[in-house]
Design a protein around this ligand. Structure first.
Ligand code: HH2
Length: 267
């Protein structure tokens, strides 16, 4: 899943694709690089982001979805019911829902649905996130939401532990370590670690200045590879070409696990 933020303020690509033409070109480029889904968002969910009106969010995402959807599968990254509905009418077939509440729209429209876990709301979620047992709470929440969506008739449900959404670096790493248990719940898993700030802090080491957004590629690919090896079926990334190399390696290693190496000479 390639990330396409049609926003002025997203934490890594904010302002780069606010123009619809540039956004469509970047979406097509990610599809050419191998993205199966392009995730179009019109409202940043980074910790200090301000809210966006429904009218403005629609203005940002609908033309881009209309232009991309004949060429590549499109998801819409929104928490607003009306935006999700308009996006599906414009050609999106997956609702990426960080509020994990829009399954009725998916049930009514026939679109797929991603339920992501978030503690609190974007503006305040990183102030002091706390859990008694982060794994039990996140996995239990996602199991309940997935069940509700399946019972409502949603045909395609995904769950996502919501890396960085009301979580410390320790919570994020614990959730990555415990991904196999989430996968074992039987609902396909999506994971998004790409360029997130905990990677910058971990890369820099204790006491050092965190690595900037443009210096987080290695951590992004390392954690995407980790998630895929743990059984995640989709990773949400900004750097599609690099992630595809990792995905191909993981896929080949699964085929090769039976003995024969799937690709090339095996060197
Ligand atoms: N992360 C972001 C946004 N949407 N959706 C899912 N399912 N999982 C995620 O981890 C996820 C998400 C945040 O990243 P980004 O879109 O790059 O930034 P911003 O929210 O600032 O636009």
């Amino acid at each position: 899943m390639g990330v396409l933020n049609v926003t002025p303020d997203s934490f890594s690509d904010g302002g780069r694709y606010l123009d619809a033409g540039l956004a469509v070109a970047h979406g097509l480029e990610m599809a050419r690089q191998g993205a199966d889904v392009v995730d179009v968002g019109g409202e940043s969910s980074r910790p200090s982001a301000g809210p966006v009106s429904q009218r403005e969010e629609l203005r940002r995402v609908v033309p881009v979805i209309e232009a991309l959807s004949p060429h590549v599968r499109v998801s819409v990254d929104t928490v607003k019911r009306a935006v999700a509905e308009a996006a599906v009418s414009a050609g999106a077939t997956l609702i990426n829902d960080i509020s994990a509440s829009l399954w009725p729209v998916a049930a009514e429209s026939g679109a797929g649905w991603v339920a992501m876990h978030m503690q609190g709301a974007p503006r305040t979620m990183q102030h002091d996130p706390r859990y008694d047992d982060v794994v039990a709470e996140v996995h239990g929440f996602l199991r309940d939401r997935a069940r509700a969506a399946l019972e409502a008739g949603v045909g395609e449900v995904w769950v996502d532990p919501g890396i960085g959404f009301g979580k410390t670096a320790g919570h994020n790493l614990t959730l990555l370590h415990h991904l196999p248990e989430l996968v074992a719940q039987g609902v396909p898993v999506l994971v998004g670690t790409s360029r997130k700030s905990f990677l910058g802090r971990l890369a820099a080491g204790p006491g050092a200045e965190p690595a900037g957004v443009d210096e987080r590629l290695a951590g992004s690919i390392a954690t995407a590879t980790w998630a895929m090896l743990a059984g995640a079926s989709m990773v949400r990334v900004h750097d599609v070409a690099s992630a595809l190399q990792a995905a191909t390696l993981v896929g080949d290693s699964r085929v090769g696990a039976g003995g024969a190496c799937a690709a090339g000479t095996g060197r």
